[in-house]
Design a protein around this ligand. Sequence first.
Ligand code: FES
Length: 429
Amino acid sequence: MDSLNVTLLAFLAGFIFLYQRWSRPILWSTKQLISRKPPSTRPTTNTSASSTHGVFKEPDFPSDWLVGTQTFELEKRAIFSKTWICLVHRSRFHKPGDYQSFSLAGFPLFLILSKDGEVRAFHNVCRHRAYTITKKESGSTPVLGCHYHGWSYNTFGALIKAPHFDGVRGFDKAQNGLFQISAFTSGSGFVFVNLEVATPAGGPDVGLLDAFAGRGGLVPRNTSPWVAGESIEAGFNWKLGVKLLHLDTQRLEKKVAPTPWLANLVTRFQRRQDNCVLFPTASVATIHGTRWWYTINLLPLAPEKTVVRCDLHCSERTSKAQVDKAMEKLMLLLQENIREIEVEYRTLTDASRESYMMSVSRESEDHQTAILERLQEHVKLEKAQGNPIHPAMRKRRENPQFEQAEQLCQSLDCVASAGTDISSNALAW
Ligand code: FES
């Protein structure tokens, strides 16, 4: 190689180095989508609301923001019972009967591809005695059978078989299908659910999400299919886990780059992709300069426990070895961040709220404020009504025909072998 080529290569390398150093802080940005955000309310100084829930002493966040059971219960009513929540991508479903199960803040639910090609969502609770229908995280079946007493449902959630009830006059199968949950699939293939019993007005606002997906080459939706996914149970409150929605994957770019360094030169000069945060618990992001993109989902389990779900997608055909390598690198980075947050959470449990707020990024602080506003809005409604409001609660069945058939079922001792007492009251969440 002559000296001219060496000089040119050195110049090129220096130029690229400087470009990347300058461009990152400027071009890396995030957008947060808050779907159908209700009118914002100012923090209230109302002492009645404060004493009921132990929250909202203006302008502070409640003292039990990251640890409290009362706050967590309020979040279940105010956020997880009535907000559009992005859970999964449509590419996870291939044939009718494919399903994905979730536990979202105490609500067991599953999504299934119905025979008409639509993804539907249901509470993962048998209508007979509330036994769990899908036990696995994912699977495929054209008929969802309850193992307790044999009730079976099709992919539309309709009850198709109910041993001991079939011959009972007046027992109506059509009234005993699975409890359906509102579901919405965006143009770019992201599936949202909303547990509110009253049909939510309109779907989630996905304009920015679809625009982001379009810029990132994630549409049409079948061009960037799911290739791998993992879940980690983490020891922190989901609101602290919001930091993971802004995961910085900069150092992964070279490790999972699909092609040699020089072949990626062009993409290095393109504008860096934003990540896209989907309030309250999800984000979609690309790994810049690569064909990989991923989603992060936070699934609250308890005030101090959160399942972190990570799904990897690829916009080109790829080998299993490459998928494994990319997923391994992504999960290592995610685990590292999770461990850091767990350590922080253990420290914060006894720390002042001020030290917590100082530790969060601007994006996370905006996110916390948006959550607080949702809680305040709901408390206002509850105060006006004089009772806690549970938007996802289903009414307990009060039906003479069902009771008659149930007595027959019991007389046939069809529950004897189950060994677990599951009351129909379990439906009254
Ligand atoms: S058949 Fe499901 S609980 Fe009885």
